[in-house]
Design a protein. Sequence first.
Length: 298
Amino acid sequence: MPGKKDENLLERISELESELRAKDAELAQMRLRLNATNSRLEQVIDSIGHEIKMASKIQKLLSPVEIPNIPGFDFSTKFIPGMKSGGDYFDIFEHEDRLRFGIVLSSGSGYGISALFLSILMKISSKIEARRGLQPHEMVKAIAAEMITEMKDKDRASLFYGIVDRRNFEMHYCLVGDIVGLVQVHGQDALERLAAQSPALSRGYNTEPHSAKISLNSKDRLILCTEGLLRETGKDGKTWGEGSLTEAIRQSPRQGVHELRNEILYRCEAFSGKTEPDRDQTVLVLEVKDKVIKLAKQ
């Protein structure tokens, strides 16, 4: 005959079994809700990924596929769309004055900023031709005045705007933000860094930009890179950085502009281990290929 203690034990076991069944039922309901939430989350991620891919494709279509044939200069460019964020845009364009050409490169904190920049650039592009003597900082100032009123608090945009005059092989430029510009003078190991004239454009931008000037000679090179390249991370979380960029340029075989561009991108990809970068990357390389003959200004 079971005693009182045994009866209490059996009763307690029965209670625990009942509680366990209730917990199992509750856990099953939680799993159903979790599966439903995961399904919705996957749909959202797929939708966002699709939108990013579509935006990157549009961005790529807007970037120039043909570089104008400008006597005396070789160009090599590459735009790689980011898988998580983007905002790069570049163009090389001739002026009505055929002895001058321009270079514009921008890097925004997102696709919306890039679209805003492009729309403003198209809006005020007539000023480039209407006023041949317009200095780069005046164009940057005009672009900034239009952009900052439309930017949100976290929006940022870096911009390089340069004009090269083939009469004297001088480049006047204005650089704002974190685009890296380097000049590789032929026959010298050191690289000259183009100094930024102001921080990146933002909603609170109140800096008065100015233009700077460099002189180019035969076989000199100009290398421009956007933030996505410099901020690419490796498996250890470290960024590729400007030091790695300058090392890639120095160690690149002295061949053509395409070889230098490819060496830069190859080294960055090898560092990150990614075939597709997180953020838009743009590299632009220019080289003076002819003997420099300084023409008198008209």
